[in-house]
Structure formats: C-alpha cells, structure tokens
Design a protein around this ligand. Structure first.
Ligand code: TXA
Ligand code: MG
Length: 349
C-alpha cells in the first residue's frame, strides 16, 4: 500500500568537518521523533528511519513509493548492535565473524535470521533480515547518537536511479522528507554486496544475492561463492524486491552487447554512456552522439566507473535525449556489479 504524504519543506544540511556536530544535532531529534532523514553512506545515500519504530519504517516505504514486498536493509552503528537485530546460527558463526572482521564497516550486507524486535514491515514478513555496518562516518555517528539501528534503503523513488549526492536525493524526494544530510559524493557509488551464508560439509557456501563493491574474488577466501540459480527466463529474482527493471532512467536505455547491434532511428537524439570516452575505442566513433559521458575517462578503471555510474546515468537522463546507449564493461571484479545495474536499467519489464 502506498502511504499518502503531505508536502514537506526539505532542508539540506552540510556535514562538513566544521558543521559535523550541527548535522548530527539536526538529524537525531527528527529520527527520535519517528521522522525519516536522508543520510550519506559510502555506497549511496540512504533514507533512514529508526528500525524499531514501525511508523518510521512505514514513512520510508511511503516516501519512496516502495511496495511492501521489498524488504529494507538494517544498519548497525556498532558490531555489538548486530545481536539486537539478528540471531547468528551456531553453524555459521565462525564464517560470519571472519567476513565481518574483513569487510565491516563497509559495503557488505549479510542476510541472517531476524531478531523478534525487528518489525515485520522492515523485512516484508520474511524471517530473515539484511544487515550491514556502513563505513560512512556521519551515518554511524548519527546511528550511535540515536542508539537504535537504522533501516535505510537507497534514497530514491522506487525503481529509479540510486542517489550518490545530496543534490540527487533532492531530485528524488524533495517535498517528501524533512532533511537531507549532505556528506558530499559517495566513495563507492554502487550499493552494497548482499550475501547469504550457509554451512557446508567442507566449506561454507556464500550466495551473492546482489553483486556490489565486495566482489566474488574478495569473498572466495571465506567459502564457496555462488550466484543464485536463475529462473527459466534467464533473469530471475536474486533477492526479494530485486526486480529485473530497476535503477531505471526515464529515458529508454539500450545496453548493446555489440556495436553492430546499433541501428539508430533517424531524427532521434542518442547519448552515449561510454566506458573510457576515447575516440576510436569502444562505441565513441560509432555515431554522432548528442552527448557522451565517460565512466572512467582515458584508461578505463572499474572502481572509477562504479563510482560514476549512477551520477552519469542521472546526468544523461536529464539531457533530454530520446535514447541512452550504454557500452558494456568487462564482467570481472566490480564489472559484475556494474553490468548488473546496467542490465536492470535497460530492462523495461
Ligand atoms: O549500499 C546499500 O546497501 C544501500 C545503502 C543505503 O546502505 N542500501 C540499499 O538498500 O541499497 P535498497 O533497499 O535499495 O536495497 C536493499 C535490497 C532489497 O531490494 C532486497 O532485495 C534486499 O536488499 N533485502 C533486504 N532484506 C532482505 C532479506 N531479508 N533477504 C534477502 N534480501 C533482502
Ligand atoms: Mg535501492
């Protein structure tokens, strides 16, 4: 069900070093009063509310127009808080400890059996909860001061491009939320990797439900890593709420597997989301593009491409084009997460 919302005045407050305290002091009372606040994390901006407060969680779903079947990630400020949110089964305790030692705080979300104190609304009625500890300094400072874990999905309207700056959150949620804490641009730019861990006879199995900054290669030391089985149409739901179509610009996006697949319609304006932006390489020389944006200008580096992906998709989406053409990147390391987001941005169903 969608929740009606009255039009609010949305304020942006800077969380720069000089203004850090003020930002914490502005956000915490709102969260304590059951409001929702957009906060920067190292991955993308999140729309945060007290995870134990069902009314606050309902406001998150309302502001995003998010369907209630899509569960939220709960963010803990300290590792000790994990026990307030989830119950770690004995047989995976050791593996979970090792993973958290290696990747927390950071862009790794782990799906665990849920603690009864977490409202069913947070988990869409599932008996598991997705938990992470963000490396974002201001995010954790606010969580600590509040004293409660924060439920926080990406701070965009449902199905749209995730925001990696306070300005992008404003474009998505102005009038729907009271406050955006501006911590500058996110340092990862892509949402966290979501995993599920299962005990195995020899080694545990780690299933990647959503690829992200913590890559398959990085997880391989901790167990046998797999992607969930795909359904017969080849797309598959990897995690509840991970619909094939997501991260979608309003402008139709074409992800071409091969330059020879490009047949432009006459009179239409095409923009290119290139990997390197170098003429003579990739797709740049293929057409007289109305706009070209490069994910990683010059050399083509995947971390830089990941960092800039949502920002440039949003920029091209606002450039009044008829189509955006995205050039694929190689599917290794971070390239897996980038291609996952590009495929979902291109899907129309
Ligand atoms: O980096 C991130 O993870 C960002 C920042 C704000 O922390 N958050 C984020 O949240 O990307 P969101 O809501 O946009 O994506 C969360 C996804 C859901 O769509 C769902 O697929 C998955 O997490 N999820 C949540 N709870 C789950 C559960 N119990 N089991 C499996 N997947 C779950
Ligand atoms: Mg999201």
């Amino acid at each position: 069900m969608l929740h009606p919302f009255s039009v609010l005045h949305t304020t942006i407050i800077s969380a720069s070093d000089e203004n850090y305290k003020e930002a914490v002091q502005a956000a915490v009372p709102l969260l304590r009063a059951g409001e929702v606040v957009a906060l920067p994390t190292e991955t993308v901006y999140g729309l945060a509310g007290n995870a134990f407060d069902e009314a606050a969680v309902a406001k998150i779903f309302g502001a995003k127009e998010r369907p209630s079947f899509d569960p939220l990630i709960v963010h803990v400020a300290t590792r000790a808080d994990l026990a307030r949110v989830a119950i770690i089964p004995e047989e995976i305790q050791n593996t979970v400890d090792k993973l958290l030692n290696a990747f927390w705080p950071g862009p790794l979300t782990i799906v665990l059996p849920k603690h009864p104190d977490i409202p069913d609304l947070v988990t869409s009625g599932l008996d598991t909860v997705a938990v992470r500890q963000s490396a974002g300094k201001i995010f954790r400072a606010i969580g600590k001061e509040l004293g409660s874990p924060l439920a926080a999905p990406s701070a965009n309207r449902f199905g749209r491009i995730s925001p990696t700056s306070a300005h992008a959150v404003m474009r998505e949620l102005e009038g729907r939320i009271p406050l955006i804490v501006d911590g500058g641009a996110c340092s990862e730019g892509l949402e966290s990797t979501i995993i599920h861990v299962k005990a195995g006879e020899k080694r545990p199995t780690i299933t990647i439900l959503r690829p992200g900054p913590v890559t398959k290669e990085m997880l391989q030391n901790f167990g046998k890593v797999e992607r969930p089985k795909r359904s017969s149409d080849g797309e598959g739901m990897t995690a509840p709420g991970m619909l094939p179509s997501h991260y979608a610009p309003r402008t139709p996006l074409l992800l071409l597997a091969d330059p020879s697949d490009f047949r432009p319609e006459p009179g239409k304006k095409y923009g290119l989301l290139s990997y390197t932006g170098e003429p003579g390489k990739g797709y740049v020389s293929l057409h007289r593009w109305s706009a070209v944006e490069a994910l990683s200008p010059g050399n083509g580096k995947l971390p830089e491409a990941a960092l800039r992906l949502f920002h440039l998709l949003r920029k091209l989406d606002e450039a009044e084009l008829d189509f955006i053409v995205a050039e694929p990147v190689s599917e290794v390391g971070l390239g897996v997460a980038i291609m996952d987001r590009l495929r979902r941005a291109a899907a129309t169903v």
